[in-house]
Design a protein around this ligand. Structure first.
Ligand code: HEC
Length: 247
């Protein structure tokens, strides 16, 4: 194979990679812009998650103790502010809601969210939490443009306020017109910019929960690079030493 061909192959691979990355984004999703390295954001996200989501959703692969260690929190902080079920420090984050009640209210058990960021992606979660709107035709009065007819009511409506849909043109007669945007019917406790930040923090926390080892890996990565750099340097020294007398 000539060099030209190798370059072409590499370019094709790059194009394919970019195309699949944007396809996974779904086009319409908003970018979460979260940062796993931002510990304050992770802490705020954990707090918001425990307050607004943990009544319905478990994180059964994450233990309170692990979360404390990874997020730089003390045992006391976690047990006092983030543990609402009375579980022991070393236990996983389970829900307190009984299965029967959940199926009666929502038609199903709210899913465990340990791996949700890997299944749906962070941009999806971020966009989903921003896309609830009032819809009288739904059993609980809420609908969502990112996850149409989701059986989850907007858990953050007090913060966000209540969004009403703006309808576009129906493509065909007899089909509901699509929702193309929102108006804020009733303002929430925080302004839209702060709301976005809270949703970003929750998304960040869920991305962490999906792969707690990623935090360690990020800091480990720096050491690996340093180690490789050192190794290269040593190899260079050895090489010059060996070749010194060969002329
Ligand atoms: C009152 C109970 C309740 C609360 C509180 C709640 N959820 Fe849900 N959630 C549900 C139910 C029920 C579903 C299943 C929706 C469906 O499949 O129709 C769901 C689904 C989801 C999904 C989609 C899962 C999938 O199938 O892809 C995500 C993501 C999610 N919830 C995140 C959250 C977050 C984040 C919070 C807190 C901000 C939260 N939920 C609070 C009940 C709840």
């Amino acid at each position: 194979m000539t060099d030209k061909w190798i370059v072409r192959l590499l370019m094709a691979a790059a194009v394919l990679f970019c195309a699949s990355a944007s396809a996974a984004g779904g086009g319409k999703l908003q970018q979460a812009g979260n940062d796993l390295g931002d510990q304050a954001s992770l802490q705020r996200g954990a707090q918001a998650y425990m307050s607004y989501c943990s009544a319905c959703h478990s994180l059964k692969y994450l233990r309170y103790s692990r979360m404390a260690e990874d997020l730089g929190l003390s045992e006391e902080q976690v047990m006092k502010n983030l543990n609402f079920t009375g579980a022991a420090y070393g236990e996983q984050i389970q829900v307190s809601m009984p299965h029967d009640a959940a199926t009666k209210w929502f038609g199903k058990m709210p899913p465990d969210l340990s791996l949700i960021s890997r299944v749906r992606g962070s941009d999806w979660i971020y966009s989903y939490l921003k896309s609830f709107y009032l819809d009288e035709s739904r059993p609980l009065g809420w609908n969502n443009t990112v996850f149409p007819n989701a059986s989850m009511p907007n858990p953050l409506w007090e913060l966000q306020g209540i969004q009403h849909p703006i309808h576009g043109k129906a493509e065909q007669a007899g089909i509901d017109p699509p929702v193309v945007g929102f108006t804020l019917g009733q303002p929430g406790k925080v302004d839209p910019r702060q709301y976005d930040q809270t949703v970003r923090d929750i998304t960040n926390f869920l991305e962490y929960a999906g792969e707690p080892a990623a935090l360690k890996r990020q800091s480990l990565g720096v050491w690996v690079i340093l180690f490789l750099a050192l190794l290269t340097f040593l190899a260079y020294l050895v090489k010059t030493e060996y070749w010194k007398d060969v002329h």
